[in-house]
Write a protein that binds this ligand. Structure first.
Ligand code: EPU
Length: 436
């Protein structure tokens, strides 16, 4: 079992650079299916989901050269010889974003066979809106043996109004529509920065997309797309996680290489909690030199407070004075971290989609179980303030996860980097590598 041992107790001081956005990199990699020419992506993050998507594309016949360790983390993808337009259950079950290949495969190859994802640690994760949208674009869809089979000689433009806002649904259908005959109008689209970033890449590839980043997207289909080079936007959730870690530990932290405009709802909320936040073009400085105050939060689609920051915010709320109500509106089962925080000493009552957090309660180290990626991050940052003092006698806090160690690795890498670069250097905290 993978395990991290973290000794907390010191403020985070220094500068940390944020990597490329996982949730922008995954659709960008899927977009390479749309052309025979190479697509070069820079700033791809070093996380397990990227390896999974690479395996998926390679299983279809793509050539993928992941460029970690080189300048800009340059990755080249070439889908000239796609032979097997299938996303198998073994891959899809470990990464829901695998369904992002559905639209591009039907658009370019005329057929796709993609496993239904089923449930996961945060909720049901249906893909009915992807399917409904593809049907609107003229695809024939059948479902058998847990797989979706979609086919179309050539997709044709259509009018899609999403019943519910979906991020990967918007991305999947936007990709499909780039090669459809005629114009597609999509309404009630997700407005996340990752959707706009994908559209920027697709337009560099020769697509004609207008309005991405707003709720109405118009796509003029083209015959063919070509290769392109694109730099993935910084990861706003990773940035937000470090901002919260800085605030929680009472540190003075500069989170660099991010886009503060993508962090609006979070930064506003932290200011309400009494955290001092200074932004410039591409960094956020977070100073927490006074007692944190409680504040309610409710997750919403972008530009609202992100569901992907809810767990980390809940950890912060355990250290704020007063009662914070945390409401989760996007996924039905995204409070798995709450009980683990309670085991560390937090006072949290979950009532349906609301968690009532009463602070401030001291946290003490404990062995805890991680569920999804963001829940894991929330427990790591809880560990940073557990037991109060850094001492060789401090009890180790271990985080065990069988499935989400990639996320932890990123955090570990950045934590270690942070410790090295910061003025307080390695005294900040210690994160041991995973043991198997
Ligand atoms: N939904 C449907 N039908 C669909 C699609 C979605 O009912 O066909 C529902 C979902 O069940 C959910 C809501 O719509 O209740 C929103 O889901 P959405 O489709 O927007 O989520 P997603 O695209 O599967 C992406 C991110 C998630 C992030 C959510 C919400 C990627 C690869 N994943 O998921 O990221 O939480 O949007 O912002 O972009 C993470 O990074 O840890 C993560 C889970």
């Amino acid at each position: 079992m993978d395990k991290f041992v973290i000794r907390g107790g010191n403020p985070l001081v220094g500068t940390i650079r944020v990597g490329g956005a996982k949730n922008a990199a995954l659709p960008a990699m899927a977009a390479s299916i749309l052309t025979e020419e190479p697509v070069i992506l820079e700033n791809i993050p070093d996380v397990r989901d990227i390896q999974t998507e690479r395996s998926l594309l390679v299983s279809m016949g793509a050539e993928v050269e992941l460029g970690y360790g080189r300048a800009s983390h340059r990755t080249t993808l070439c889908c000239r010889n796609l032979v097997n337009p299938e996303a198998a259950y073994e891959l899809v079950k470990t990464m829901r974003a695998s369904t992002l290949v559905l639209g591009p495969l039907v658009a370019r190859m005329g057929r796709a066979r993609v496993s239904l994802p089923g449930g996961c640690a945060i909720g049901a994760r249906p893909i009915d809106l992807h399917i409904k949208g593809l049907e609107k674009l003229g695809a024939q869809i059948t479902q058998e043996h847990g797989y979706i089979e979609a086919s179309a000689d050539r997709l044709r433009g259509g009018h899609i109004t999403f019943d519910k806002i979906t991020v990967t649904g918007t991305e999947d259908l936007m990709m499909a529509a780039t090669l459809a005959e005629g114009e597609t109008l999509m309404e009630n689209c997700a407005r996340e920065p990752e959707v706009a970033d994908l559209a920027a890449l697709l337009n560099k590839m020769g697509a004609r997309i207008e309005g991405a980043g707003t709720s109405t997207i118009r796509i003029h289909g083209v015959e063919k797309l070509h290769g392109a080079r694109h730099r993935i936007i910084p990861d706003r959730i990773e940035a937000g996680t470090f901002v919260i870690a800085g605030a929680l530990t009472g540190g003075d932290l500069i989170v660099a290489n991010c886009d503060p405009l993508h962090l609006g709802a979070l930064l506003e909320k932290l200011q309400e909690c009494g955290v001092k936040v200074r932004t410039n073009g591409e960094s956020v400085r977070v100073i927490a030199d006074s007692q944190l105050r409680a504040a309610d939060v409710s997750t919403e689609e972008y530009p609202g407070f992100p569901t992907d920051m809810q767990a980390q915010y809940m950890t912060l709320a355990t250290q704020a004075e007063g009662t914070s109500v945390v409401t989760e509106n996007i996924f039905e089962n995204r409070f798995m971290h709450a009980q683990e925080l309670v085991r560390m000493g937090a006072n949290i009552k979950v009532e349906g989609s609301r968690a009532v957090v009463r602070g401030k309660t001291p946290l003490s180290s404990a062995a805890v179980q991680c569920s999804d990626l963001r829940a894991s991050a929330s427990l790591v940052i809880a560990a940073l303030v557990a037991d109060g003092v850094l001492s060789p006698m401090a009890k180790p806090f271990s985080i065990a996860s069988t499935t989400l160690i990639a996320a932890m690795s990123v955090l570990k890498k950045n934590c270690v980097a942070l410790a090295r670069r910061s003025g307080a250097s390695a005294k900040c905290f210690r994160v041991e590598p995973p043991h198997r």
